[in-house]
Design a protein around this ligand. Structure first.
Ligand code: PLP
Length: 392
C-alpha cells in the first residue's frame, strides 16, 4: 500500500467548506427525489421539461434495448455506429437547421474534444471568463493561444480582438446560457464582432437547446443569429432529459470532427437505445411550442414573485442564482431548504468564483404551482435577509 496522500488534502477541503459528496437518492421523478423514505421537491435538476421520465421516450429506449442490446460494443468509427446514431445526428441537424451534427458521449467530452480539434497551434481563442469547466478544459487542451475576456464584456472582447492581430483563425468561445448565473451571452453583439474582426463563433448551448427561442433552437434563435454561429454545441442531458451531446454546423465541420475529434474517435459510442431515446426527445422538443411558452410564462412569474419578496436576481431565466457568498453559508442555506422539503444544492468553487457560493435554483415544467409556492416560501423564510443578490 502506498502512502495516503489524499486524506490531508480532503481535510483541508472540508475545512474550507468545499468537500463534495454524491447523495444517492432511492427514487423520485422529474419533480421529486426520495431519500430515506422522505420525498423532497427537486429544484436543482436541468430537466427543464421533465422529459427524463416521459413515457414516450422510455418506450423508445425499451424498444432500442430489445433491438440493439445494452452497449454499443465499440467506438463510432470501429463498430459502434447503429441506425439510431445516424438518425439522431440527422434529427438534431434538421431540428437546428444545420447541415450536420456529430454526437458525443457527454457535453464535457464534446467541449474537450471539439475545441482542440478546431482551434490549432497559431490560432487564438477568446473565451468568456465564466465559461463552463468543460469549455475551459477544451481550451486548455487546444494548442491555440488562449485569451479570456471579462464576463459578457463585448467592449473588452473587441479590444482583445484588435490587439491579437490577424494571424491564424480566431475563435470566440462562450456559453449561450450560463449554467451557474442563468444570464445569456450577447450573441448578437458577439456575432457582429466576429464578422468585423474575422473570427469564428463557438456556442455551448447546453442549457438553452430545446428551450430558448421560438422553436427551441436555443440562444442563436433567440438572438436572431442562426447561421452566424460556426459551431453550436448542445447537450441531451438537460432539456432533452437523456444524456449525450452534439456539435452542429457545416457538413465539412462535422466531417472534420469525425476525423479529428479525439473524444469522438477514441471513446465507446453511446448505447443505441439511448440514441433512440434522445431521438424521441428531440422530436418532442420540436413539437412543444405550447409547453415552451408555458415555461417562459412560469419563469417570468417566478421572477416577479422573487422580486416582490425582495430578492435581486441578476438572471431572467429558469436558472436562478441566489448568491450567498461563503461556501459554508451556501451549505447552511441549502440545508435549511432541505429541512423544508426543497432540494437545492449549494454551488461552490471551483464551479463558481471564490466568494460567490450560491444556491442555484432551477425551474421545470414538472413542478406544480404548489411546488413553486413551497420553494418561494422556504426561500423567503430562510434566505431573504442574508442574500446579496449580486450574481455574477
Ligand atoms: C454549459 C455546460 N456545458 C457543458 C456541460 C457538460 O454537459 P454534460 O453534462 O452532458 O457532460 C454542462 C453540464 O453540466 C454545462 O452546464
Amino acid at each position: 500500500m502506498t502512502d495516503d496522500i489524499f486524506s490531508a488534502r480532503l481535510e483541508e477541503l472540508a475545512a474550507r467548506g468545499l468537500l463534495r459528496a454524491a447523495t444517492a437518492f432511492d427514487g423520485g421523478s422529474a419533480r421529486t427525489v426520495t431519500l430515506n423514505g422522505r420525498t423532497l421537491l427537486l429544484f436543482c435538476s436541468n430537466d427543464y421539461f421533465g422529459l427524463s421520465h416521459d413515457p414516450r421516450i422510455i418506450a423508445a429506449v425499451k424498444e432500442g434495448l430489445d433491438r440493439y442490446g445494452f452497449g454499443s460494443g465499440g467506438s463510432r468509427l470501429i463498430s459502434g455506429t447503429r441506425t439510431p446514431h445516424v438518425e439522431l445526428e440527422r434529427g438534431i441537424a434538421s431540428f437546428l437547421g444545420a447541415e450536420a451534427a456529430v454526437l458525443f458521449g457527454t457535453g464535457f467530452s464534446a467541449n474537450s474534444g471539439v475545441i482542440p480539434a478546431v482551434a490549432e497551434k497559431g490560432d487564438v481563442i477568446f473565451a468568456d471568463k465564466l465559461n463552463h469547466a468543460s469549455l475551459v478544459d477544451g481550451c486548455r487542451l487546444s494548442r491555440a493561444e488562449l485569451v479570456r475576456y471579462p464576463h459578457c464584456d463585448t467592449a473588452a472582447l473587441e479590444k482583445m480582438l484588435k490587439k491579437a492581430g490577424s494571424a491564424g483563425t480566431r475563435w470566440i468561445v462562450t456559453d449561450g446560457l450560463f449554467s451557474m448565473d442563468g444570464d445569456m451571452a450577447p450573441l448578437d453583439e458577439i456575432c457582429s464582432l466576429a464578422k468585423k474582426h474575422d473570427a469564428r463563433v463557438y456556442v455551448d448551448d447546453a442549457h438553452a437547446f430545446g428551450v430558448l427561442g421560438k422553436n427551441g433552437r436555443g440562444t442563436p434563435e433567440l438572438f436572431g443569429v442562426e447561421g452566424k454561429v460556426d459551431i453550436l454545441m448542445g447537450t441531451l442531458g438537460k432539456a432533452a432529459g437523456g444524456m449525450g451531446a452534439f456539435a452542429a454546423g457545416k457538413k465539412s465541420t462535422a466531417d472534420w470532427l469525425l476525423n479529428k475529434g479525439r473524444s469522438f474517435i477514441f471513446s465507446t459510442a453511446m448505447p443505441s437505445a439511448v440514441a433512440a431515446g434522445n431521438l424521441k426527445a428531440v422530436e418532442i422538443l420540436g413539437n412543444c411550442g405550447a409547453e415552451r411558452n408555458a415555461f417562459m410564462q412560469i419563469t417570468e412569474t417566478f421572477h416577479q414573485r422573487l422580486k416582490t419578496a425582495g430578492f435581486a436576481i441578476p438572471s431572467k431565466s429558469y436558472i436562478i442564482p441566489l448568491v450567498i457568498g461563503s461556501a459554508g453559508g451556501a451549505l447552511s442555506a441549502a440545508k435549511l431548504l432541505w429541512d423544508d422539503g426543497i432540494f437545492v444544492q449549494a454551488i461552490r468553487p471551483p464551479a463558481v468564483p471564490e466568494g460567490t457560493s450560491r444556491l442555484r435554483l432551477t425551474l421545470s415544467l414538472a413542478h406544480t404551482e404548489q411546488d413553486r409556492e413551497a420553494a418561494l416560501q422556504s426561500l423567503t423564510s430562510h434566505i431573504g435577509s442574508g442574500h446579496k443578490g449580486t450574481g455574477s
